[in-house]
Write a protein that binds this ligand. Structure first.
Ligand code: ADE
Length: 258
């Protein structure tokens, strides 16, 4: 898979994209990540990439021209004009707090693609013509406003790369992820069995695989019920899961005297 990321701040990506899982996935040829500095595609001598908004008001708006030129050059597209839509060869995603919410399902959807373009907006916003006539999709990583699309782009790349076959050490890792299973994960423990008087649950030390599996599943169900109950309606639950949850609810009703 290949990501092309368009940004005014390529150096922000140093670190997150050059360490750990993403570093190894890049070295193994599982993913290619190309950073493109939008400023290099500005045509005036000052390399201007932003300007004041028409209609007044504070702040600056990112100009359409350098972004169009950058994406067209990298994708090998002819210059786009009104009335001449050229379909792009891959999705062109604008990162904006107004976009569709980024979820594990969206990460899975993107991980199926050969190539994805990410455009990082900055300042007060991006000229609307980028959204209307260049981007094919808009994504938000959450209901809050960041200073730009760079951190969202890193979040998306991370969530997608770990889903690519071979990216994780444990080939089952991504499938076992809590959100992928539709439930929150059970608690994890490692040595020592007693840390400052806090003991690991006995069942995990029992060596009894079936009981460990049952305990983990029940802890997952319990956590999901308490922390993210809306996930339960979509989770693939077994008959046994349902019986456990129903027994739990009956017990709570009993305790409340209902
Ligand atoms: N740019 C600024 N805030 C953002 C957000 N929450 N998601 C995506 N892009 C953004």
């Amino acid at each position: 898979m290949r990501f092309d990321i368009f940004t005014l701040f390529p150096q922000m990506f140093e670190g997150p994209l050059t360490e750990s899982i993403i570093k190894r996935a890049r070295e193994a040829g599982i993913v290619e990540i190309h950073l493109h500095n939008i400023r290099e595609y500005a045509t005036d001598k000052h390399k201007t990439t932003d300007d004041t908004p028409y209609g007044g008001g504070g702040g600056m708006v990112m100009k359409a021209e350098p972004i169009f030129r950058a994406v067209e050059a990298v994708l090998g597209l002819p210059p786009r004009r009104a009335g001449e839509p050229t379909p792009p060869p891959c999705p062109i995603i604008l990162l904006t707090p107004q976009g569709r919410p980024f979820t594990q399902e969206v990460a899975a959807e993107l991980s199926q693609l050969e190539r994805v373009v990410l455009i990082c907006g900055r300042y007060e916003g991006v000229d609307e013509r980028v959204r209307e006539h260049l981007a094919t999709d808009e994504i938000s990583i959450g209901p809050y406003v960041l200073s730009g699309g760079e951190l969202p782009a890193m979040v998306i790349v991370d969530a997608v790369v770990r889903l690519l076959p071979g990216a994780l050490g444990d080939p089952e890792g991504a499938r076992k992820d809590s959100y992928a299973m539709g439930l929150l994960e059970h608690p994890h423990y490692t040595r020592p069995a007693d840390f400052r008087g806090w003991r690991v649950p006995d069942v995990l030390l029992s060596g009894h695989h079936a009981r460990v599996a049952e305990w983990r599943r029940q802890e997952s169900l319990l956590r999901t019920l308490v922390r993210q109950p809306e996930m339960l309606s979509k989770a693939p639950l077994t008959e046994e899961d349902r019986r456990f949850l129903e027994a739990l609810c009956s017990r709570i009703q009993e305790l409340l005297g209902q």
